[in-house]
Design a protein around this ligand. Structure first.
Ligand code: ADP
Length: 681
């Protein structure tokens, strides 16, 4: 028993020892397991920490919203051992949500647009600002996306909901609280990076918009430092200053506007003092004029101010032209009144003195005096006609196709004698093809004659001993026909250039110049839709260019309606008719009876053909009747001048449809006949 008892005791002790040993072993096991568990957790935490750190680095480098979304989705999938991961972002300004990135088994959802009002745990997380966990619930993560288990964390920064990051289908079971805390950490971090990226994008866009607007300005803009250095410049400024933007940034503005240092320096000083100076005009090379307007910027900025640079060359030219036009209009009114009053007595003096000279009754001495009276009246008549042309500018009715080459050659012939006696060499540099414009040949010829006469005068009075040269050139370019008269005289002093086209401006001696030539020519150029310009000549002299719109390309222009042809070669008769018809709005041409004259007659459109009733066509009787027989189209357009002593002849003409006027002319009768033939006049 004792043994048995001892045995029992021993057995009990052994059992106890065994139990204790087992217990100790069990404790050791538990501790070991706990240690293992802790070690595993530590491992996992460390892994997560490193991964998070890696994600942080990647995100810190990326400022593109799409790229951030992709990286976050990829990492969420990996960290949280999920089957799928989504980054859903809200469009700024209250727009819908868009799946910006989707990884794993939800990859198909990338790009899907989700209404803000839609149902689902992700939407709840977005609106509520809390993490949402789905575990076997029936609720979807997003419309059309159900998951056994899912978690969604809001992306919020500075109180603004930016989106949601969601994971679906945990591979090891439901998402644990540790998973959720990790998801929350990722979401917080992502939201900050996203907010920054959006902010950077906003700044970039704002900068881009500002730069586009800055460069779209037609005016040059320079942002200046206190020392006048250009900090920023737009493309318009680069264009005005004829340097690329990169070349002007960093340069002092006064250096770039050379030739005007004083005032521009002053403008920079005004800006540096924080004041707004008065606009400044700066003259650049090639006659360009710039207007600088400066405005200081608020104190404490690196820039001192902004300078607006406008090229006002054209604007100024236009203003000057307007002033010129106004002056011309005023003078024109005055002149036309006076000229009209003078014209009638002058034509009577010219016509009647002509008749007296013809009548041959006066003694020779008186005839000489009469000729002087006639010539002077003619001259006065020409001046008056010029004045009328000037006053009438813009109303020239004679529009035909005119070749400026032809005008140039004919006018050059008119001054040939003058050139010869003054030892002036005229070079014609005419365009090889006709330089055609629509206009009045005589008016245009008077412009060229005026320019040539001025050029001859300029080279004749030029200082120093030099060859006297004039170049007469024509060209057609860009729809414009040009005729230039340039000389190697002394040119026009800069101060007188603005006065050139002003009526009565002359530097010639009294009696030599009226100062009307250029202003009349200017008026004629304008009446033809063109302009007359002055520029210093290549050889230091003057160059005047007449620019007119080139005639349209049609083969033939419409015939001029108001051209009168005098079929006669009697100088006195021609002169009288011209003098008497000067105030009428008709252009008078001449053709001698004979083959040349007939060619001329057939080559033009004449509304009226004037002949002397007594002129005979050898072997065929009166010229008027012969013309009508050969050219029936002239019926009603022939005007015959007959002395009253031949009433029978007058009657015969009338029967044939030929109009008749008395000879010597009665001013009123002749003009009435001319108007009657063309009542529109
Ligand atoms: P006018 O010849 O009667 O003086 P214009 O109107 O034709 O009148 O010319 C006005 C002025 O313009 C002239 O007096 C002269 O000073 C200047 N001018 C015109 N043509 C030339 C030229 N080719 N060279 C220099 N000066 C010129």
């Amino acid at each position: 028993m004792l043994l048995g008892g001892a045995g029992v005791f021993l057995a009990g002790a052994a059992l106890f020892a065994w139990v204790r040993a087992r217990a100790e072993a069990g404790r050791a096991d538990t501790a070991e397991r706990a240690r293992d568990l802790l070690a595993q957790q530590l491992d996992r935490r460390m892994g997560e920490l490193f991964s998070l750190q890696e994600l942080s680095f990647l995100l810190a480098e990326s400022l593109q919203v799409e790229r951030i979304g992709e990286q976050v989705a990829r990492y969420a999938l990996r960290f949280l051992h999920a089957d799928g991961a989504l980054v859903i972002l809200a469009e700024p300004g209250g727009g819908p949500l868009v799946v910006a990135a989707a990884e794993g088994d939800v990859a198909r959802l990338a790009g899907q647009v989700i209404s803000r009002e839609a149902e689902g745990a992700a939407l709840r997380a977005f609106h509520g600002g809390h993490i949402e966990l789905l575990d076997g619930a029936a609720e979807p993560v997003l419309p059309g996306l159900a998951a056994r288990t899912a978690a969604a964390a809001p992306l919020r920064a500075h109180g603004v909901a930016l989106g949601v990051v969601a994971v679906t289908g945990h591979r090891r079971g439901p998402f644990t609280s540790e998973d959720l805390s990790l998801l929350s950490t990722v979401a917080t971090h992502t939201a900050v990076v996203l907010a920054n990226a959006r902010f950077v994008e906003m700044v970039r866009r704002g900068k881009e918009e500002w730069e586009t607007a800055f460069d779209a300005l037609a005016e040059g803009v320079a942002v200046l430092g206190a020392d006048g250095t250009i900090h920023r410049a737009n493309t318009a400024l680069a264009r005005i200053l004829e340097h690329p933007v990169e070349a002007i940034v960093g340069c002092p503005l006064p250096d770039l506007l050379r030739g005007s240092e004083g005032p521009v320096e002053g403008l920079v000083r005004t800006l540096a003092a924080g004041e707004r100076g008065a606009p400044l005009l700066v003259r650049m090379g090639q006659g360009r004029l710039l207007r600088l307007t400066a405005a200081p910027v608020a104190e404490g900025r690196s820039a001192a101010g902004v300078v607006l640079v406008e090229d006002v060359t054209d604007q100024r030219a236009l203003e000057t032209q307007l002033i010129q036009n106004e002056k011309l209009a005023a003078v024109g009114q005055l002149v036309s009144g006076v000229a009209h009053e003078l014209n009638n007595p002058l034509t009577s003096i010219a016509g009647l003195s002509e008749l007296l000279v013809e009548q041959a009754k006066a003694p020779p001495e008186a005839r000489e005096h009469l000729k002087v009276i006639r010539d002077q009246a003619d001259r006065a008549g020409r001046i008056v006609r010029n004045l009328l042309t000037f006053a009438r500018k813009g109303s020239s009715e004679e529009r035909a196709r005119v070749d400026l080459n032809d005008v140039a050659t004919r006018t050059a012939q008119l001054v040939a004698y003058e050139l010869r006696i003054r030892g002036v060499v005229l070079t014609e540099a005419l365009a090889p093809a006709p330089v055609e414009v629509m206009g009045d040949r005589y008016e245009l010829q008077s412009v060229v004659l005026n320019l040539l006469t001025n050029a001859v005068h300029a080279v004749t009075v030029a200082r120093g001993d030099r060859d006297r040269r004039i170049v007469l050139a024509t060209a057609t370019a860009g729809g414009e026909a040009c005729l230039t008269v340039s000389d190697n005289g002394d040119g026009v002093p800069a101060g007188q250039v603005p006065l050139l086209f002003t009526p009565f401006f002359t530097t010639k001696d009294p009696g030599e110049g009226t100062g009307l030539g250029l202003s009349i020519s200017y008026g004629i150029a304008e009446a033809h839709g063109g302009r007359l310009e002055y520029a210093p000549g290549a050889e230091g002299g003057a160059a005047f260019t007449l620019r007119l719109p080139a005639a349209p390309a049609e083969a033939h222009a419409a015939p001029a309606p108001r051209r009168l042809l005098i079929c006669d070669d009697d100088a006195k008769f021609l002169r009288t008719v011209r003098a008497l018809l000067a105030p009428e709005a008709v252009s008078v041409d001449e053709a001698p009876p004979g083959p040349t004259g007939l060619e001329r007659l057939d080559g033009g459109e004449w509304y009226l053909v004037l002949v002397q009733g007594r002129t005979e066509w050898p072997g065929r009787g009166p010229l008027a009747l012969a013309l009508l027989t050969d050219r029936p189209a002239l019926r009603g357009r022939l005007l015959a001048a007959l002395p009253p002593s031949l009433p029978g002849e007058a009657e015969r003409f009338r029967r044939q449809g030929i109009r008749v006027v008395g000879l010597p002319f009665d001013v009123k009768e002749l003009r009435a006949a001319v108007r009657e033939a063309h009542p529109a006049g």
